[in-house]
Ligand binder design. Structure first.
Ligand SMILES: Cc1cc2nc3c(=O)[nH]c(=O)nc-3n(C[C@H](O)[C@H](O)[C@H](O)COP(=O)(O)OP(=O)(O)OC[C@H]3O[C@@H](n4cnc5c(N)ncnc54)[C@H](O)[C@@H]3O)c2cc1C
Length: 428
């Protein structure tokens, strides 16, 4: 049965534009994916040539963001904060796209091709009002993209968008996982907990985000932990093929994960919500809860290594989880860090009690005695069995489903959403 199509004149203009992004192709009209490819090829061959031959990934990200923006702006009813949040997304995208060195003219050419492509999809339903709305809407987006790109230029300098790096060491601590150490050609500045887009030789023109697992350093060393995602475009090839001598390209660091070291208000009896305002006590930090699944441990260990230089830190309770106990490949190193850092507690979590036959852990050292008790179950369930952790700063890192499930469970147990930090999830 053919999908139901809502006539455009029954929708507000922004929703009508969004509707066009969903339309299936018919005998007479293309879908947006095809129309955009054709229009880009004819109207802006240079922009098209700069994009990878297979547009699918870029197209999916772009259209998801575009739909989100149309929805949020229409639903915001002009509320400034909601519109500003949408623009922030596009400024971040512009910051990230700076790696392609896209010019303002190219952003504008892309907008023109998008408008014509939407008109192709709409056919006779296209109106002047829709054209005007699309132009105005895209102009605002293009300005945010350009602002993000020039922010990247100011912050990093035009010659620092892309940094070359050479693989110097590869470890494969468990099946489907590679710890890759590289030396960058020039020192690279990034903050602990940030991520960056990475281009590798294992798939043509495929950029993927990875989080360094050590802080930036003058020796130009950088390390990534990469897990092979089943059926993934890049990660299985990367994990299988990476070898010393390979050249990678690293781009603009992004992201705002941070362990806050500011003193938190200490509450004396009678203070707090109903009583006197709390007093600040020097060195009294807000406790931190970190939940890391799989390679989500990479940015977390960089954050922990970074604060280890201070004598006085917030108490950090880290739940580190994986499906099988033997997949907790970074546990030994975390436990040695905690042995020197009384503020750090590491709690390992595995969904299954036994390792499967294919997970060869025969050469691995036994888990250390000092370790916090192993807990079994899914990370979201294990963590929230202790409560909502509403009094803490909370950092989540790992696969998208783990972040979404854990965040939902924490909020349901009373954690204030504003206390929870994580990297952007695909499609948000
Ligand atoms: C901010 C950020 C930081 C990241 N840091 C790291 C890192 O340090 N190490 C690392 O290994 N990966 C990291 N990733 C994930 C990485 O960027 C890729 O998405 C992942 O390697 C899959 O790429 P792919 O080309 O193999 O799969 P794709 O072809 O892009 O995707 C295949 C499928 O896998 C899903 N998928 C995407 N990411 C994950 C994931 N992490 N776990 C399970 N399924 C996933 C996708 O939704 C899709 O359904 C990070 C992602 C983000 C957004």
């Amino acid at each position: 049965m053919a999908a139901q199509v809502t006539p455009l004149d029954q929708l507000p203009p922004l929703f009508a534009l969004r509707e066009l992004t969903y339309r299936e192709p018919t005998k007479k009209k293309p879908n947006l994916r095809t129309a955009l490819e054709q229009r880009l090829t004819t109207m802006s061959p240079l922009v098209r040539a700069e994009l990878p031959r297979d547009l699918d990934e870029q197209y999916t990200v772009l259209v998801r963001l575009y739909r989100l923006a149309l929805t949020r702006v229409e639903e915001s009813a002009g509320e400034r904060a909601a519109v500003e949040a949408v623009l922030e997304l596009f400024r971040d995208l512009g910051f990230d796209l700076a790696k392609y060195q896209v010019s303002e003219e190219q952003f504008a050419e892309f907008g023109a091709a998008m408008r014509e492509a939407l008109a192709d999809v709409a056919g006779k339903e296209w109106t002047e009002e829709l054209g005007r709305t699309q132009t105005q809407f895209y102009d605002i987006i293009a300005r945010a993209l350009a602002a993000g790109a020039s922010e990247a230029e100011e912050e990093l300098g035009a010659n620092r968008f892309l940094v070359g790096a050479r693989v110097v060491d590869v470890q494969r601590p468990t099946r489907g996982l590679a710890v890759v150490r590289l030396l960058t050609d020039v020192p690279m500045d990034y903050l602990p907990g940030q991520y960056m887009s990475v281009l590798t030789p294992y798939k043509h023109a495929v950029w993927r985000k990875l989080s360094p697992s050590i802080p930036a350093n003058p020796a130009r060393q950088i390390e990534f932990h990469v897990r092979a995602v089943e059926g993934g475009t890049l990660s299985p090839a990367l994990v299988a093929m990476v070898a010393p001598g390979d050249r990678w390209v690293l781009s603009t660091p992004l992201g705002e994960l941070e362990i806050a070291r500011n003193p938190a208000p200490a509450r004396a009896p009678g203070e707090g919500a109903a009583g006197k305002p709390p007093q600040l006590v020097r060195g009294d930090h807000q406790d931190v809860l970190i939940i890391a699944g799989g390679t989500g441990i990479a940015p977390v260990r960089s954050l922990i290594l970074d604060i280890s230089r201070f004598g006085d830190n917030p108490r950090v309770h880290l739940f580190y989880g994986a499906r099988y106990p033997g997949e907790l490949y970074d546990l030994h190193s975390l436990v040695s860090m905690s042995a020197h850092s009384p503020w750090l507690t590491v709690q390992p979590v595995a969904e299954e009690r036994e390792d499967p036959w294919w997970l060869d852990t025969s050469g691995a050292e036994p888990f250390p005695q000092t370790l916090h008790r192993f807990t079994y179950g899914r990370l979201d369930k294990v963590v929230t069995a202790y409560g909502g952790w509403g009094d803490r700063q909370i950092i989540l890192a790992g696969p998208p489903e783990m972040i979404s499930a854990t965040k939902k469970a924490l909020i349901a147990r009373g954690a204030p959403p504003e206390n929870i930090q994580h990297d952007p999830l695909p499609g948000t």
